[in-house]
Ligand binder design. Structure first.
Ligand SMILES: [Zn+2]
Length: 292
């Protein structure tokens, strides 16, 4: 899909893309892998479903419209959990239909609200669910399941950690990005920090054995963050629906808009990334709710 010039936001056009006079975008050899991360859509079986007063179907649609407007080229879309609020096949089917408009591969991992079997019953390509690995252009993207079904806090099953160890050992000639749902480090939000991956120490013991990991990204916390730990970028992403307030001890909704993250992964291991949020839309949220 080609966008009209006025629809292209200058901030989101990679400088590595060359625009010729005939309007055709041509890749040059430095073109990075363009990844789009969408997370925590919390869809329901019904399109009228609301999370904390916000219609999650509508907000996902608005975020994906923004992706369509901003991204002239996408290589892969990653969905980092809490795809459905009610783990219904109807919600997973609709999510898949929403992503189909982009006509690019998409890979999913489970959040605490998701259940694996209904996802497998509906997902066209079952190999696109975590644990899985995406190999492309000198990069390896590892998708892990940090969720325990029907429980809120994260915890890696032994086979997930084994998968991580093996994938990292087999990929030392690539750059690596690891994706999960829960935060593997505290977010400085006391109420959310009770939900950090319980066996995060075992996760970090594996990560610290390798020097080719460039980034670790997650969802769950419904807020943007970007830190550095031993040379590895650690990033969370806004939800496509309700936002949670950073640096809050108690549950608190933020008034920021829903959004997504794009990442450009370069052949030399560099990463350029930005969060983009829906603009010009007033979202209705029930501020009286004290938890979710
Ligand atoms: Zn969530």
């Amino acid at each position: 899909m080609w966008l009209k010039r006025e629809q292209i936001s200058v901030n989101y056009v990679s400088p590595k893309r060359i625009r010729f006079r005939d309007g055709i975008l041509k890749k040059n050899t430095q073109q990075p892998l363009r990844v789009v991360q969408v997370s925590d859509s919390h869809l329901f079986a019904s399109t009228e479903g609301r999370l904390l007063g916000l219609n999650t179907e509508d907000s996902l649609r608005l975020v994906l419209e923004k992706v369509q407007r901003e991204q002239t080229h996408i290589d892969v879309i990653l969905a980092t959990g809490d795809i459905a609020q009610d783990a219904s096949e109807a919600a997973y089917t609709r999510f898949q239909q929403h992503l189909a408009q982009f006509n690019v591969p998409n890979y999913w991992l489970q959040g605490n609200h998701d259940v694996t079997q209904p996802i497998l019953n509906t997902l066209n390509d079952k190999t696109h669910l975590s644990p899985c690995v995406i190999h492309q252009d000198g990069w390896q993207i590892i998708m892990l399941n940090s969720s325990v079904e029907h429980e809120v806090p994260g915890n890696f099953a032994p086979n997930e950690l084994q998968f991580l160890q093996q994938a990292l050992s087999a990929s030392t000639r690539s750059h690596v990005m690891v994706c999960l749902h829960h935060h593997p480090i505290p977010m400085d939000c006391a109420w959310l920090d009770n939900q950090v991956v319980a066996n995060a120490e075992a996760f970090w013991q594996i990560i610290d054995q390798f020097s080719h990991i460039k980034a670790i990204i997650w969802g769950h916390v419904h807020q943007e963050s970007d830190r550095l730990r031993k040379g590895v970028r650690l990033m969370s992403v806004p939800s496509t629906c309700v936002q949670f307030k950073p640096l809050s001890d108690d549950f608190a909704i933020d008034d920021l808009s829903p959004g997504y993250r794009w990442l450009d992964l370069y052949a030399n291991g560099d990463i350029v990334t930005q969060v983009s949020r829906v603009e010009g839309v007033k979202f209705v949220v029930d501020w009286s709710v004290r938890g979710y």
